[in-house]
Design a protein around this ligand. Structure first.
Ligand code: PGA
Length: 246
């Protein structure tokens, strides 16, 4: 049985004070116990958020990391640094990192392996652009990402995959639940080729892209969708709580 994972990707938002305010709203609300809740704040808020959540079941993740353990990489954060803070998950290969920071599948593959080596659970983001969908090559695109990003990865059960069509991120344009489920089912089939059918059946596949309170239920009820990676709507306490309690 796959337990749903609803994650808030705060992106480059919320200073420490704002982060703690949002966390307090979550802590004082009743949250759906059938769902694992994950918060991914900016690096600067990780420590205070983890401290604030220490007696709670809400999990904490980072939005990125370097693949090396340490060294002369000015401005970067290593897997062991995150692990030592108590971080459990790391978002890897988000389309904003691929687009704005030149992250290639090769780099993403190294990051996935580094996560697993350090006992961190990667949330691997894959998804096609609008041009790729319009050209009818969305499945090939996602398949190629999965094959390259997971090359040489053996521990399939420790990863989460987030299907995030780029055209739906931050645009208010959500994939239909049918489109999202169809791609998630396809992703599961590719994961079965990469790992085994049994492993693929147990990998969580999230949907991300303009998830909000008004569409969460329909998305979450799809057979191959095991949760959501929520950007904009996770910054608004009431909205995010409604998504969790869909
Ligand atoms: P959005 O972002 O919910 O604001 O579309 C999702 C994401 O980028 O993970």
């Amino acid at each position: 049985m796959r337990k749903k994972l609803i994650a808030g990707n705060w992106k480059m938002n919320n200073d420490v004070e704002e982060s703690l305010k949002l966390i307090k709203s979550l802590l004082t609300s009743e949250l759906n116990e059938d769902v694992d809740v994950l918060i991914c704040p900016a690096f600067t808020s990780l420590y205070p958020v983890i401290h604030e959540l220490k007696n709670s079941s809400i999990k904490v993740g980072a939005q990125n990391m370097h693949f090396e353990d340490k060294g002369a990489f000015t401005g970067e954060v290593s897997p062991s640094m995150l692990k030592s803070l108590g971080v459990e998950y790391v978002i890897i290969g988000h389309s904003e990192r691929r687009q704005h920071f030149g992250e290639t599948d090769k780099i993403i593959n190294k990051k996935i392996k580094a996560c697993l080596k350090h006992g961190l659970k990667p949330i691997l983001c894959v998804g096609e652009s609008l041009e790729q969908r319009e050209a009818g090559i969305e499945k090939e695109t996602v398949r190629a990402q999965l094959i390259k990003d997971l090359d040489g990865v053996t521990d399939g059960l420790k990863i989460v995959v987030a299907y995030e069509p780029i055209w739906a991120i931050g645009t208010g344009k959500t994939a239909t639940s049918h489109q999202a489920n169809e791609m998630s089912s396809y992703i599961r089939a590719v994961l079965a080729d990469i790992f085994t059918v049994d492993i693929a059946d147990n990998i969580l596949i999230q949907y991300g892209g303009s998830v909000k309170a008004s569409n969460a239920k329909e998305i979450m009820e799809q057979s191959h969708i095991d949760g959501a990676l929520v950007g904009g709507a996770s910054l608004i306490a009431d909205e995010f709580i409604k998504i969790i309690n869909y």
